[in-house]
Design a protein around this ligand. Structure first.
Ligand SMILES: Nc1ncnc2c1ncn2[C@@H]1O[C@H](COP(=O)(O)OP(=O)(O)OP(=O)(O)O)[C@@H](O)[C@H]1O
Ligand SMILES: [Mg+2]
Length: 254
């Protein structure tokens, strides 16, 4: 009898601790979700502030400097030329940072426009040949899905530029079976997926984990495939609601 009681007590303890693990996991998922949302809101806010405040001030300073330069003596002109270059560089950095934080195209025109623009700009800077395969009829999705898709592809592209030593890059988006499928492929040096994921899980890098978390929180799946000297592919699949985003109230946008 005593043995039975002990077994039942142990089973209850196991079941309680299983429930605690499940509850902890759910809390963690909800917390990560909120973290990503707050991060997106902050990025959007920062991007607008940068553009509307610092961007405007630098634009005015640049215009004034160019005007003064035209009127200045030859001796002063060389110095003013340098000032103009400095201000124009700062302006370019503000523009580029604004776009990295939250491209206005994503909220205004959706994934096809925002990703196409980002891909071609990045590929141009990095000297890569870019291929973008996305149906023009892709349409709009819930802002959370669009953000997850954009951020996953953005990180995958950054990884290609930083690590792959590739010459070509392929980005594909399509809708299949009520899911938004995306892939980013490169013809670079490849990497050991298992080792890199383990290192990422230990906190030694952030990109792979962040892609995975965004996709999992949106209810999707993600896979990384790579082999030495055979390039790499990131595949992700996000479930999309039947409701077109056009009917989503603007206030819901992050
Ligand atoms: N397309 C790729 N080609 C070659 N190696 C890659 C590619 N993508 C990822 N890697 C390898 O996987 C590692 C982990 O990628 P991850 O994005 O997590 O980290 P990271 O890019 O080094 O740093 P960060 O945390 O800033 O993203 C990289 O350091 C790199 O070695
Ligand atoms: Mg990375």
């Amino acid at each position: 009898m005593e043995v039975v009681v002990r077994r039942v007590a142990a089973a209850i303890e196991r079941s309680n601790s299983n429930q605690r693990v499940v509850a902890d996991r759910e809390r963690l998922a909800a917390f990560s979700h909120q973290l990503f949302e707050v991060q997106e809101i902050d990025r959007g806010h920062l991007a607008r502030e940068l553009h509307d405040e610092i961007g405007q001030v630098l634009t005015l300073a640049s215009i004034s400097l160019h005007e003064v330069k035209a009127l200045a003596s030859a001796a002063a002109r060389a110095r003013l030329e340098e000032c103009c270059r400095t201000v124009d560089n700062a302006l370019e950095q503000v523009r580029s940072l604004t776009l990295k934080l939250r491209p206005p195209l994503l909220d205004e025109l959706g994934l096809e426009a925002a990703l196409g623009w980002h891909l071609h700009r990045l590929a141009g800077q990095a000297g890569l040949i870019a291929h973008f395969d996305c149906p023009p009829s892709l349409g709009r999705f819930h802002p959370n899905i669009e953000t997850a898709c954009y951020r996953v592809i953005q990180e995958a592209l950054t990884n290609v530029v930083r690590h792959a030593r590739a010459s070509e890059i392929w980005v594909k988006l399509q809708i299949r079976d009520a899911a938004l499928e995306m892939s980013v492929r490169d013809d670079g040096i490849g990497f050991n997926v298992q080792t890199r994921r383990q290192r990422a899980a230990r906190g030694e890098s952030f990109g792979l984990v962040s892609m995975e978390q965004r996709v999992l929180l949106a209810g999707g799946t993600i896979e990384f495939e790579s082999a030495a000297l055979c390039g790499s592919v990131v595949y992700a699949c996000l479930p999309v609601a039947a409701t077109p985003a056009a009917s989503i109230p603007a206030g819901e946008c992050p």
